[in-house]
Structures are given as structure tokens and as C-alpha cells.
Design a protein around this ligand. Structure first.
Ligand code: MN
Length: 754
């Protein structure tokens, strides 16, 4: 990240004004640290500061500030906003030294010891942005980031602080950089901050990203919040007064304030609900933070306050959230309720102790602060990191899938369900019985036949709710099915199912191939591509693998009929060898073809134009595998041994060969009333950018509602190249689609290929 923001200017000696600014900023950092609960290791921090200042000497940021102002600011966020101690402060001060100066990790280690050096190394490794120049590298970097994170969570927390400061100072960057950096902040850092429970940082990152991506909307909402402040304050005071009175009477020390939603979340609400600013009724929430010395009393106090409020105001029956008894996975604890205010509007009230509030704002960093030396059991964070490690140790073959998988985990909200033994399992909110099964064990997932939710029998696809007690029913004979992917909403489940299917499918294909080869050998038919292609064609199989799988599954029987087909194809191969012989004349070859190959049915009259159509859902033609023509293409028909009309493109090399070799089997054709859908392949290439894939898919599936059968995309050096297999009616549809794709910013090539 740093290299992007560093503005290497000629070495200029820092001016006295600069010196003063640097001293003040550093003093501020130290004061904050000294006021915290951490042990006072000022000495090493001083040394780290001097080292970093010397290393970055004469270098300025784009804003014109001396470079060292950035590490100081990052260290300050690390200390005062996240709550970390001296080791992290030192690592933050030194975080850009290895990347931007001549010093090495070894230098850092000899000066500051192993721990700080390894943090700086971790930070250096993951720099350059989660998104490098290449799409595949994006995912790889992300994976690296998470792996490092699993080593020491402080790396990611410092990285988060680095990103936050860069976002706060993004104004001095070029607009093109602003958009790119905002995009990746929104896409990766904000959700990660959320997952780590860094609520304040998450909100600020979202708001800052939004500000640079939608400056107009941002300004608009900001102004409206300011304009309505006085009125809002008035309503809130009237609402809060009786509550404050009661809580004071209980002898409670507390603070009650109105918290306006973030600009981004207001905008999000306006967008999703299609409402103007004025109609966002839950523009703010009330927050009560109370003092409580004894952790054991916190829960009781939360509910006491709850009952005082519900005595005063009407409670919304469905909006009480008890995150005191069962905290969120990211560590969030609070009691939320919604009541009706005097003005008839619902208002949310959040009740937290001071300790809970700190957890909510600083996340797990604060958690440590309270848990130091207690020999704590495996925390929920550790559980989450374990999940990430599971995913990392079994990565998808496609790196992009991996990124999506991680995103799936980051964005989902959780439910909590129970095993029959009462064990608590946290899952995303749309998790199914099958997700639950895979979450417990791969065996349970792959052999799952149904579930029992609260003792009632339910299918695999049943969606779970918080509080459900879930039992998995399995059967030894159960096999994982490809359709199950639709029932899975957890990353872990999807990965495990795919892995099981891959293993399964490979074995089935191999078994089928073995049967097929034995069958050929038993009938003295030499194995060749021609034989294979012919049988695939007759059985309407798209690929040899499909054929083998169908044989193994018993969907295709290896009958005598098939022997005939295979033999004919093999003979034809011998024949075509003869055909290619320059000494034989054309006349000879066609007569040979006629005499050697028997035509079982009345031949189609090749003099007449053959109309390609669909009758009773059946097509009177077969699309050639080699060139895969679709309606709208210029085509010719070739009448095969079984009197089927195989349709080829006019310019297909295979068709030309047939034309010259079997002229009397060629028939001119015309498409008419064809209701079938066809597969077409499109090549698309262009300049890679954020959101490109998303937009392409949107154009295809939403704007034109075309089905995508397969999508292969790769990117290298900022250029992406992809193949799309789509299901269409005719060439016209393909042309329309390519036109639309070419209109997308960055798309340079979009055309149909064979
Ligand atoms: Mn930095």
C-alpha cells in the first residue's frame, strides 16, 4: 500500500516547521499510550520512532507532509483506536521501513527483536494492496493476508490502521487512485473490520469509501443530517428524559446519547427501500452505556434497564436482540430493543456496559485487554481463524472462487443452533441442514439423507433458524449429489461437497472407461478417436467423460447395436485413409463410399432443401460437435449412416471434407420453427478493473436473461480474457449480446467463437 502513496521526491531536509509538526504528533501518540492500561515501555517506542524517522528522512507523502507523519498516525490508531500495546506500536512505526527504504527485516530484528521484526515482515509481505495488478494475484494476496493473520492477528489489525489512515488522507491522491483504493477498501477491508468486531473502523472505512465513490450523494446526506439536527435533538431529549430519570433513581451511573447512523448506511437504506432521506425513520438509535464494576452483574443490569424502558414505552415485539447471553461471532455484546417514541416512530435502544462498549468499538483487541493472563479457552475468534485455515488448507482449484468463498464468509450474518448434545454451532443466517452436517464433519455431510429439526423430520435443504436443535440423519449408502450445491450456503460446505464430487466423479469416469475399453476389446474393435466420437454422438454425450460416467452409472448399455456403430465408424476411418490417397480419383471414392457403407433407411433426397425444425419437442437434425452451428448460421446437412441429418457450418473444415468426399450425402438446409436452445461460445477480452466480472454477468443474465452455462475468466497484467458458454436461440441473440458487452467500459473484444 505504502509504495502507492509514497511520493518520492528529491531528498529535501526536513524544515524546522516539519520538525515541530513531527514532534507534536509523536508526543500525542506517547501521551495516549501513557494514559492506557498497558505496561509503560516507552524506551523501545522511542527507539522505533527515531529509527523510522531516520529511515524515511527527506521523503514526503503526496500531501507534502514528511513521510514519517504516516507511520506516527498509524501507530496512533493502533494504540488509541484499536487499543494495542507497545509491540504493535513499534511495528506500526516501522511498518513501511523495509518496503520503502534500504533496511531489511534482519536490521529490524537486530534492533528490536524477533516479534516486532516478524510483524513488520508480515506487513511488508501483504503490502501492494490486496489487489495487485492481476486478478489471480488478488486472491493469492488475500490468502497470504489471512494466513499471516492466523499467525498473529496483530498484523491484520495494524494493516487495518494503515488502510484507515490512507483512507483518511485519500483526498491528496489522484482521482483514479481514489476510486481504486476506495473500491478495495469497501470490498475487503470494511467487511474484514466488521468480522473482527472493529465496528467504528468498519463504519468509517465504509463512509470514506462511499464518499469517494459517490461524492454527490455523500454531500447531500451529510447536509440533510446537519439541517435536521436541532429537530432531532429536541425529539430525542423528550424521549430520553423519563428514561434518564428512572435510571438515575436506580442509582446507576450512565450515559445516554442519540447515535445517528452512518452516511453510508443511510444511503444504503434509501437505495434498498427506494425511499427519500425524509422517510428513513430509524435515522438514529439511542445508546445507553452504564458503569458496572462487576462483570457478573452486567447481564442483570441490562435487563433491569430493559424493563424500565418497556415500562415507559411500547415494545416492538420482534425486535429485541439479546447479544448479552449469546454474543455475535465477532465478539459484539449488547442488548437491543425497539420501542415506540412519543412521535409514533419506532426507535432502537442499545444497552451496553462500558466494557461491552469497548469490545464493540475495539473488537478483540479490547477483549485481550480484559482477558490477559486468564488462560482463556478457545475464543470465538480462534474458532473463526480455524475455519479460515480449513478453507486455506483445502483451497479451490480456481483462485477467484476462493475469494468469493471468503467473501461469503465475511458478509454473512450468523445464526446459532444446537447439536442434540446442546453444543452451540454458529452458522450464516441462511444455512441449511446440509450446511450444518458439513460443518460438523465431512462424513456427515456426504452421507446426510435428512435432518431432524426440533425433533421434526425435514429435508436436507431445510433452512435453519437461530435456536433450532438439529440432528443429522445419515445412511451408509448415501452418495453426495451435484444438485446439493444449491442447498449449501456456507463456504465450508460448498468446498467439501465439491471436493467429494470431484473425487467421486473421477472414480466413476475411470470405472466407465474401463468397461468401455473392455467392451471394445471383446468385440475386436480398435480404440480410436473416431469410434469414441461416433458413440458419443449416437448417445448424445457431450464429452467422452460424460459417456464414461453414463456407462458406469448404467445409463448407457453396451449393446450389440453399439458394436455396429463402432465398427462402421472404424471402417469409415480406414476408408477415409483411402480417400486421402492422392492416387484414387473422386469418382472412385464416392462409389466406394456407397458400396461399403450400408444405409439402413430410405435415404433423404439430397436434391431437395431440407427444413430443420422441431416436431413434438424433437429435432429432426443433429448439431455437429465440431462447429456447433446455431440458427442464423449458414449451414449444410450431412446424412449419416443412420439417416440422421448432421448440421455443419458451411465453412466448417469437417463439412468441407465431407462435401468433397461424400457429395451425394450433402443436403442444403434451412432453419424453420426450431424451438430448441443452443450453446454458443463467446470470447471476451479487455482491460481488467474492479467489478468487471460482475458487470459482464449482469449484462448477460439480467439485461438479456440469457443463461450462462460456463464461465472461464483469467487476468494477467491488467488484461482479462474469458470464454462464456451461453444458451441462446439464434445468432441474432448472440450479436445483440456482443454489442451490449462491447458497450461496457474496458471491454475491447466480444465475439462468438467455435
Ligand atoms: Mn503505510
Amino acid at each position: 500500500m505504502s509504495s502507492e502513496l509514497t511520493h518520492i521526491s528529491p531528498k529535501i531536509v526536513d524544515t524546522p516547521t516539519d520538525e515541530k509538526m513531527i514532534e507534536d504528533a509523536y508526543r500525542d501518540l506517547l501521551d495516549g499510550y501513557l494514559a492506557s492500561n498497558h505496561r509503560k515501555k516507552v524506551d523501545i517506542i522511542n527507539r522505533a520512532f527515531k529509527f523510522a524517522k531516520e529511515a524515511h528522512k527527506g521523503v514526503r507523502r503526496r500531501s507534502g507532509e514528511p513521510y514519517i507523519m504516516h507511520p506516527i498516525a498509524v501507530a496512533k490508531i493502533v494504540s488509541q483506536e484499536i487499543g494495542l500495546g507497545s509491540t504493535s506500536i513499534c511495528a506500526a512505526l516501522l511498518h513501511d521501513v523495509v518496503e520503502d527504504t534500504d533496511y531489511t527485516v534482519e536490521d529490524i530484528e537486530s534492533q528490536f527483536g524477533k516479534k516486532i521484526a516478524s510483524l513488520v515482515e508480515g506487513l511488508t509481505k501483504i503490502s501492494g494492496g490486496i489487489f495487485g495488478d492481476k486478478a489471480s494475484v488478488q486472491a493469492e494476496n488475500f490468502r497470504k493476508l489471512l494466513l499471516t493473520m492466523a499467525d498473529d492477528i496483530r498484523v491484520i489489525l495494524i494493516k487495518m490502521a494503515d488502510r484507515l489512515h490512507n483512507m483518511r488522507t485519500l483526498g491528496s491522491m489522484l482521482p483514479s487512485k481514489q476510486i481504486k483504493i476506495s473500491g478495495e477498501t469497501f470490498y475487503i477491508y470494511a467487511p474484514l473490520a466488521h468480522r473482527l468486531g472493529l465496528f467504528n473502523i468498519k463504519t468509517e472505512l465504509e463512509d470514506l469509501s462511499f464518499k469517494y465513490e459517490h461524492p454527490e450523494a455523500y454531500k447531500n446526506i451529510q447536509e440533510k443530517i446537519a439541517a435536521t439536527a436541532a429537530q432531532r435533538e429536541h425529539i430525542f431529549e423528550k424521549f430520553a428524559a423519563p428514561i434518564k430519570e428512572r435510571l438515575t433513581a436506580l442509582g446507576l451511573n450512565f450515559d445516554m446519547k442519540a447515535r445517528v447512523k452512518s452516511i453510508y448506511s443511510i444511503w444504503n437504506k434509501m437505495e434498498t427501500k427506494h425511499i427519500p432521506f425524509e422517510e428513513v425513520y430509524d435515522l438514529y438509535a439511542a445508546r445507553i452505556i452504564f458503569d458496572c464494576d462487576n462483570e457478573a452483574d452486567e447481564k442483570r443490569w441490562c435487563w433491569n434497564i430493559y424493563s424500565e424502558i418497556t415500562n415507559l414505552y411500547k415494545l416492538h415485539p420482534e425486535r429485541t436482540r439479546d447479544w448479552v447471553s449469546t454474543p455475535k461471532v465477532n465478539g459484539y455484546r449488547a442488548l437491543h430493543l425497539t420501542v415506540m417514541g412519543n412521535d409514533g416512530n419506532w426507535i432502537e435502544v442499545q444497552i451496553r456496559s462500558k466494557r461491552m462498549n469497548e469490545l464493540a468499538e475495539r473488537g478483540f483487541a479490547a477483549h485481550w485487554k480484559y482477558k490477559i493472563g486468564e488462560g482463556e479457552e478457545e475464543s470465538e475468534l480462534a474458532v473463526w481463524l480455524k475455519t479460515i485455515q480449513d478453507i486455506l488448507s483445502n483451497p479451490e482449484p480456481d483462485a477467484m472462487d476462493f475469494l468469493d468463498t471468503i467473501k461469503l464468509n465475511l458478509f454473512s450474518r450468523e445464526i446459532v443452533v444446537f447439536t442434540p448434545k446442546g453444543e452451540l454451532i454458529t452458522l450464516p443466517s441462511n444455512a441449511t441442514v446440509l450446511d450444518f452436517a458439513f460443518n460438523l464433519h465431512t462424513y456427515l455431510g456426504t452421507h446426510c439423507i435428512a435432518g431432524k429439526v426440533n425433533h421434526k423430520l425435514v429435508p436436507l435443504s431445510h433452512k435453519l433458524k437461530s435456536g433450532d436443535q438439529v440432528e443429522v440423519l445419515t445412511s451408509k449408502s448415501q452418495q453426495p449429489q451435484p444438485e446439493w450445491i444449491d442447498f449449501l450456503n456456507t463456504a465450508k460446505g460448498k468446498i467439501q461437497l465439491r471436493a467429494a464430487l470431484r473425487k467421486d466423479k473421477r472414480q466413476i469416469i475411470l470405472a466407465g472407461k474401463k468397461q468401455f475399453l473392455e467392451f471394445l476389446a471383446n468385440h475386436d474393435i480398435p480404440y480410436s478417436n473416431e469410434v469414441l466420437t461416433k458413440i458419443c454422438g449416437v448417445k448424445q454425450m457431450k464429452s467422452p467423460d460424460d459417456l464414461y460416467a453414463a456407462i458406469a452409472n448404467g445409463e448407457i448399455e453396451l449393446t450389440d447395436n453399439l458394436v455396429e456403430t463402432a465398427k462402421r465408424s472404424w471402417q469409415k476411418r480406414l476408408l477415409s485413409k483411402v480417400l486421402r490417397n492422392p492416387f484414387s480419383t473422386k469418382k472412385d471414392t464416392s462409389s466406394m463410399a456407397d458400396s461399403k457403407i450400408a444405409t439402413p433407411h430410405t435415404p433423404i433426397n439430397t436434391k431437395e432443401e431440407y427444413v430443420l425444425h422441431t416436431i413434438d419437442g424433437k429435432d429432426n437434425y443433429i448439431v455437429a460437435e465440431c462447429c456447433k452451428p446455431i440458427p442464423g448460421d449458414n449451414v449444410i446437412g450431412y446424412i449419416d449412416d443412420d439417416n440422421n441429418v448432421i448440421v455443419h457450418k458451411l465453412n466448417c473444415p469437417e463439412a468441407m471434407k465431407l462435401k468433397s468426399g461424400f457429395g451425394n450425402r450433402i443436403v442444403t438446409t434451412r432453419w424453420e420453427n426450431v424451438t430448441a436452445k443452443f450453446m454458443a461460445t463467446i470470447n471476451i477480452r479487455g482491460i481488467d478493473r474492479m467489478g468487471m466480472l460482475q458487470e459482464i454477468i449482469q449484462v448477460i443474465s439480467q439485461a438479456l436473461s440469457i443463461n450462462i452455462r460456463q464461465l472461464n475468466m483469467g487476468a494477467e497484467n491488467g488484461v482479462f480474457d474469458g470464454k462464456l458458454e451461453i444458451i441462446v436461440e439464434d445468432t441474432n441473440e448472440v450479436t445483440q449480446l456482443c454489442k451490449k458487452l462491447l458497450k461496457l467500459d474496458g471491454v475491447k473484444v466480444a465475439n462468438r467463437i467455435d
